[in-house]
Ligand binder design. Structure first.
Ligand code: TMP
Length: 236
């Protein structure tokens, strides 16, 4: 009855009897650096599906529209099908990762205001950074009004997730969001909210609890994912 619609690096998407609803099956496979590095993280599918479910529910509770419907298996979510916007929206609170390379600022520098960046979602180009003119006039990915809404939503989501992770004893350094349009052309938050697309640093000692442990071979990858899951579960 269900048919595989698409297989990505971290998820398989299945159809359901309702054309407006899909199932996302979260895999244990992990990739980094545009899939140049490949591996698996034990139980990652369960961890990422469960953390995503909890965080989508938290956002929905605060009236942020997301594609989330429910968790139907430890590693599967039912989601509303969206027409995805080809942008990766990155929000940063603390300097890390590619922002270190782009600015020369020290990793760990606190930003005065959250920084929002838009990247073009295109693996063949390596997801390049775009400015507003690239987004609006050249690629025409969204309208100016929609871009303003993406910024507003990204900042609102950042505030909610930052506060939530603080309650978990975790600093939300940065994260990536993807949005899409629902059947009524309203913007909804899509994709996932997991340690795969966030940087999460332990408040107490700065210990890295996210996919950077896999990217840079820091060890204890599975344990870090489990630790985030446990803290998220006890705070929701
Ligand atoms: P960056 O510092 O490498 O640009 O990453 C910024 C944030 O975006 C970080 O939380 C990791 C996340 N991210 C993804 O989710 N997918 C990606 O392909 C990349 C490069 C980053």
């Amino acid at each position: 009855m269900r048919e595989k619609l698409y297989e990505g690096k971290a998820k398989i998407i299945y159809s359901t009897a309702d054309p407006a609803i899909i199932v996302a099956h979260f895999k244990n496979d992990a990739t980094a650096f545009n899939a140049q590095k490949k591996g698996t993280i034990a139980e990652k599918g369960v961890v990422n599906a469960t953390i995503s479910a909890r965080l989508f529910a938290l956002l929905e509770h605060t009236c942020i529209a997301t594609h989330y419907i429910d968790q139907i298996a430890p590693n599967e979510l039912r989601l509303r099908k969206l027409r995805m916007i080809l942008l990766e929206v990155v929000v940063r609170n603390i300097v890390a990762g590619s922002l270190v390379k782009r600015t020369g600022l020290a990793s760990g520098t606190l930003l005065d205001e959250p920084l929002i960046e838009f990247y073009y979602k295109d693996d063949s180009l390596g997801d390049p950074l775009l400015n507003d003119d690239h987004v609006l006039s050249v690629l025409k990915l969204v309208t100016a009004e929609q871009l303003a809404e993406l910024r507003r939503l990204a900042l609102q989501i950042n505030q909610l997730l930052k506060d939530f992770y603080l309650r978990c004893g975790i600093s939300l350094v940065d994260f990536k969001l993807e949005f899409g349009f629902d059947g009524a052309d309203q913007i909804q938050l899509g994709d996932e909210l997991s340690p795969d697309n966030c940087r999460l640093w332990n408040l107490e000692d700065g210990r890295i609890l996210d996919k950077d442990r896999f990217r840079f071979d820091l060890g204890s990858v599975d344990a870090a994912y489990q630790e985030v899951l446990q803290r998220v579960e006890s705070a929701t």
